[in-house]
Design a protein around this ligand. Structure first.
Ligand code: FAD
Ligand code: NAP
Length: 269
């Protein structure tokens, strides 16, 4: 049977034992066009045993089975050599423990066509964009930043990434480098479980309190108001629910197909 795997892991950067950047190149050599913020499906062969009660005839008919999951593309469409993904290991999960076993050169399935509506296409130009993520929810924002930086799509850009530990922040050096070059960019990494005596002098908080009016102004330097700001949320669905509810109480409106708004979100589960 022909293998459905159509791509190769060309680089893997392990930032800590449970967080890694995977760079994947399709056999076709062609990265199909996509919008920053979209996701691609990655899959590996499911070699888990078939259910014991499956009739032998049905077992014989069973084709190659896959375990497939969605991953936000962290690279920019202008990177033509590979697609990049920022992935956290979910130890009790089905796909990520298998991803963690991969070495450079190993095979994977990367679905050709990226999907998703979590892009800047629907976001009005010239606003202050506040990109809020937990954990690997940072990934789609990296693609947007890498592709659009310097093109005047936004007035000010704020990237807030809430993680458990400092070691979980994705791309901190690259983000700090953008900040050094761009006075209109704020990068605010937040850690919730970093020990107080670790030597890190950043902010220890979940994202929610930092989006409250006074705290936001204090940390970011301008008000988080619905007239001038758009908020994009990505990652943990409980974070999204909490922030959405709080912002809606302050005059923000969730963007839907029917209603134009200024809150956009992508839930990871
Ligand atoms: C549109 C979209 C984009 C996504 N992009 C990314 C991405 O860029 N990077 C990434 O690591 N994951 C991403 N995910 C999550 C990813 O699809 C998988 O759910 C995840 O890798 C776990 O797969 P699994 O088979 O190992 O675990 P499963 O057996 O599917 O277990 C899922 C459980 O793991 C937890 N979980 C899943 N994803 C995460 C996460 N990212 N952070 C914390 N806990 C999580 C939740 O408790 C969830 O119920 C995305 C999901 C969606 C829907
Ligand atoms: N990061 C690790 O060290 C670690 C270690 C072992 C396993 N894992 C596994 O990796 C997976 C992903 O973990 P993760 O740390 O990337 O993602 P996560 O659990 O979503 O946590 C990321 C950040 O989101 C915060 N958060 C959680 N719930 C929230 C809510 N309702 N509202 C606002 N903020 C909220 C967390 O704060 P709190 O700290 O307050 O929850 C943390 O700062 C999980 O399956 C986990 O079991 C992670």
């Amino acid at each position: 049977m022909e293998s459905p795997l159509n791509a190769t892991l060309v680089e893997r950067i392990d930032q800590n034992p449970e967080l890694a950047v995977f760079r994947i190149r399709p056999d076709s050599g062609e990265i199909r066009p996509f919008e920053p913020g979209q996701y691609a499906m990655l899959a590996l062969i499911n070699d888990e045993p078939l259910p014991a009660n499956l009739p032998p005839a049905a077992a014989a008919r069973t084709k190659v089975r896959l375990i497939k999951r969605a991953y936000s593309i962290a690279s920019a469409p202008k990177a033509r050599d590979h697609m990049e993904f920022l992935i956290v290991l979910v130890k009790e999960g089905r796909l990520t423990p298998k991803l963690w076993q991969l070495k450079v050169g190993d095979r994977i399935l990367l679905e050709d066509q990226a999907k998703g509506e979590f892009t800047l296409n629907h976001v009005p130009r010239g606003k202050n964009i506040v990109m809020v993520s937990t954990g690997t929810g940072l990934a789609p924002f990296m693609s947007m930043l890498r592709q659009y930086h310097g093109q005047g799509l936004w007035n000010k850009l704020v990237i807030i990434n809430g993680c458990r530990y400092v070691a979980d922040f994705g791309y901190p050096d690259e983000l700090k480098d953008y900040v050094r070059r761009d006075p209109n960019l704020t990068y605010l990494p937040l850690a919730t479980r970093e020990p107080v005596d670790s030597g890190w002098n950043g902010v220890r908080s979940r994202v929610n309190p930092i989006l409250e009016a006074d705290e936001f102004k204090k940390h970011v330097g301008f008000p988080l108001d619905p007239e001038n700001c758009v908020v994009m949320l990505c990652g943990n669905p409980d974070m999204i629910d909490g922030v959405q509810k709080s912002l809606e109480g302050r005059g923000f409106v969730t963007n839907t197909k029917e209603t134009k708004g200024n809150i956009y979100f992508e839930r990871y589960w």
